[in-house]
Design a protein around this ligand. Structure first.
Ligand SMILES: [Zn+2]
Length: 92
């Protein structure tokens, strides 16, 4: 049986790690918009800088939401949400 690294990789953990790296490398910038509810996340991870809005408890049915294509497609915490959560949870 051949094993590869990806078999050990939990996609959620991989995404959290990417979010953390983004923050450390300053490729992700989190700007509070409405305290505890809305954040603007600037991402320059894939070349062109883009801005997304992360919402907490704003979109019905979802605790966390984001305006990026990744979240729109899967409705799972994307790296922007994870970046916000990392910052928010650090501050609590
Ligand atoms: Zn996102």
């Amino acid at each position: 049986m051949k094993t590869t690294m990806s078999e050990f990789e939990d996609p959620r953990k991989a995404r959290a790690l990417r979010a953390m790296m983004g923050l450390v490398n300053r490729q992700l910038r989190v700007i509070p918009f409405v305290a505890g509810k809305l954040w603007t996340v600037e991402s320059s991870m894939s070349g062109k800088p883009r801005e997304y809005t992360v919402a907490h408890g704003v979109v019905p049915g979802f605790t966390w939401a984001c305006t990026c294509p990744d979240w729109q497609k899967r409705h799972e915490d994307c790296k922007h949400i994870l970046a916000v959560r990392l910052l928010v949870e650090q501050q609590v």
